[in-house]
Design a protein around this ligand. Structure first.
Ligand code: NAD
Ligand code: WQD
Length: 340
């Protein structure tokens, strides 16, 4: 059976993708050094699917460790590369850690793939590569602006490395998936986001405030040039995002270019305040919150033009933001239950 190497498979988006790969008849092999996760989500994937997944606690900057995984699994025909550090704030404090981990991982993985004769690479990129785009909804042609953070720079650099690599390795094909704001959890309540420490992303903070783990959510700024003054984002259900990886794998061989980038978003803007109101409406649970100052580095508004993904990957979102918020809430309650 065809196997797919999933780096970072113990993390939030990787774990949701494992479920979709297994339900499409593909066999994932996971590499994760558990630096930002634990076995918790892998256990959840097993509960959902009933399948055992080969797991290697290898660091993606360790080329020989990766080569060893490829040699144990000659059936691997493609790689989905989720493994990276993702905190914008932490990347400002520890830029070298971010460059080393995120950029070096891409290089080591490309080298190991090259020697193993594996040619399909699906990369976890981010809308952060666009910064504050001049035209929104933003499409894949938009220029990369100066990155707001070392984290953003690692995604721009990784894409650049991948674009250069396809020129040097004639069989390599790369799909770079630019995620907008992934939120929610698996509808089973068995896997979801597990932020380490205080969450910096909106939805995990919101659900923790709603359950009483945090005093209140601070809305960062209400004086933006947007309908209600709060920032606009494109929130996408993590299960829809996961499915896009399976669609990409199905299409990668037919793509005319050997490097292609795709936006993964709904195309519909939603403000921070709208999201809070929607959560309250869907769950009946109030979110204690207050308006605070702007967070430095935030872009005012960004949402996707996902038409290329619709057309070329034959993928579109099927779940709503309301469903994502209900699923995120179920997951938060599940975790509260586990810790009591
Ligand atoms: P996550 O932190 O939940 O998962 C990342 C996983 O990678 C973790 O399990 C971690 O232990 C592992 N990892 C990190 N460095 C590693 C290394 N050197 N070797 C092996 N394993 C390593 O993050 P996520 O939200 O699932 O994000 C997955 C990918 O998607 C990342 O590349 C991230 O930058 C990208 N992304 C995430 C978001 C988001 O909002 N969650 C948005 C855009 C892009
Ligand atoms: C969303 C909105 C905040 C927390 C980041 C990365 C991006 C991508 C996704 C990886 C913003 C507001 C947040 C809070 C708030 N990640 N907010 N109170 O900043 O859009 O994107 O994650 O690639 O690269 O930059 O996501 O969830 O942090 O914020 O008001 O406590 O919610 O100001 O407007 P962001 P986010």
């Amino acid at each position: 059976m065809e196997q797919i190497l999933v780096t970072g498979g113990a993390g939030y988006i990787g774990a949701h993708t494992l479920v979709e790969l297994l339900s499409s008849g593909l066999a994932p092999v996971v590499v994760d050094n558990l630096s930002r996760s634990s076995h918790r989500l892998l256990d959840g994937v097993k509960k959902i699917t009933g399948k055992d997944i080969p797991f290697y606690p290898v660091d993606c900057t360790d080329e020989s460790g990766l080569k060893d995984v490829f040699s144990r699994h000659p059936q691997i025909t493609g790689v989905m590369h989720f493994a990276a550090f993702k905190s914008v704030n932490e990347s400002v404090e520890q830029p070298l850690l971010y460059y080393r981990n995120n950029v070096d991982s891409v290089i080591s993985l490309l080298e190991a793939m090259h020697s193993a004769g594996v040619h399909r690479f699906i990369f976890s990129s981010s809308c952060t590569v666009y910064g504050q785009p001049e035209v929104i909804p933003v499409d894949e042609q938009a220029p990369f602006l100066k990155p707001e953070s070392p984290y953003g720079a690692t995604k721009q650099m990784s894409e650049r490395i991948l674009e250069d690599a396809v020129k040097a390795f004639p069989r390599l094909k790369v799909v770079s998936l630019r995620y907008f704001n992934p939120i929610g959890a698996h509808p089973s309540g068995l896997i979801g986001e597990l932020p380490l420490g205080t969450p910096s992303n909106l939805v995990p903070y919101l659900t923790q405030a709603a359950i009483g783990k945090r005093k209140k959510l601070t809305v960062f700024g209400s004086d933006y040039q947007t309908p209600d003054g709060t920032c606009l984002r494109d929130f996408i259900h993590v299960v829809d995002l996961a499915k896009a990886h399976v669609s990409s794998l199905k299409k990668i061989d037919e793509l005319p270019n050997r490097f292609e980038a795709f936006n993964l978003g709904t195309g519909k803007p939603c403000s921070v305040l709208e999201l809070i109101r929607l959560f309250e409406k869907e769950t009946g649970v109030p979110v204690p919150h207050e308006i605070g100052p702007r967070r430095p580095g935030d872009v005012e508004k960004v949402y996707a033009d996902p038409s290329k993904s619709h057309r070329v990957l034959d993928w579109r979102t099927e779940l709503t933001v309301a469903e994502a918020l209900r699923d995120a809430w179920n997951w938060e309650k599940e975790m509260a239950h586990e810790t009591h």
